[in-house]
Design a protein around this ligand. Structure first.
Ligand code: FE2
Ligand code: FE2
Length: 195
């Protein structure tokens, strides 16, 4: 930096910013996607993402179980909906795992402790309305906890926030799908929906 750089910087702030950004980007190449401009608490974000990963995996498993059980009782349309959700939850799990690695963390796929790390529960359920209700509860838990994570991240990590916002939008669709199914399945569904 020369003695005139301060004046140059103020007359051409954008160009000088670019130089500084490039310098910082080169300074810690080994940190991959995480630059000095990263303003969130990285360890906390990775931990929250690992809890979200566990939540998604539990949702994959629960929807998968319900898919096969619903198929067994010839509720084909509902079974197909469960399968579609299961696949979408798997997609979320993959996106979250990828982001954890970008942040220099390690995705936790350990089956031991999975249900403890997860925010939503695995409820097996044997009866169709019960399955749908449990899925709605799990979606509502995911919506609550992802909203909280998004608020926590704020401006500190826009990429992770955007990812979680995209996932949140899909969880809201899932919850809406489950609510529609409950309504379609008679008075039991209707009374639940009134809560
Ligand atoms: Fe999901
Ligand atoms: Fe979902």
């Amino acid at each position: 930096m020369g003695p005139n750089d301060a004046t140059t910087a103020s007359s051409q702030p954008f160009l000088s910013d670019i130089k500084e950004i490039r310098r910082r980007a080169r300074a810690h190449m080994d940190q991959g996607a995480v630059t000095d401009g990263y303003r969130a608490d990285r360890e906390t974000v990775v931990r929250l993402l690992n809890e979200s990963l566990a939540t998604e995996i539990v949702c994959v498993l629960r929807y998968r179980r319900h898919h096969y059980m619903a198929n067994g009782i010839h509720a084909t349309a509902v079974a197909e909906e469960f399968l579609k959700h299961s696949q979408e939850e798997q997609g979320h799990a993959d996106q979250i795992a990828e982001r954890i690695v970008q942040l220099g963390g390690a995705p936790d796929f350990d089956p031991a402790g999975l249900s403890t790390r997860s925010h939503s529960e695995y409820v097996a359920a044997d009866e169709l309305v019960e399955m749908i209700r449990e899925n709605l509860v799990a979606e509502r838990v995911a919506i609550e906890s992802y909203s909280e994570i998004i608020r926590y991240i704020g401006e500190g990590d826009p990429t992770t926030r955007r990812l979680m916002e995209e996932i949140l939008a899909v969880e809201e669709e899932h919850a809406d799908d489950m609510k529609t199914l409950l309504e379609a399945l008679g008075p039991q569904g209707k009374s639940e929906q009134a809560r």
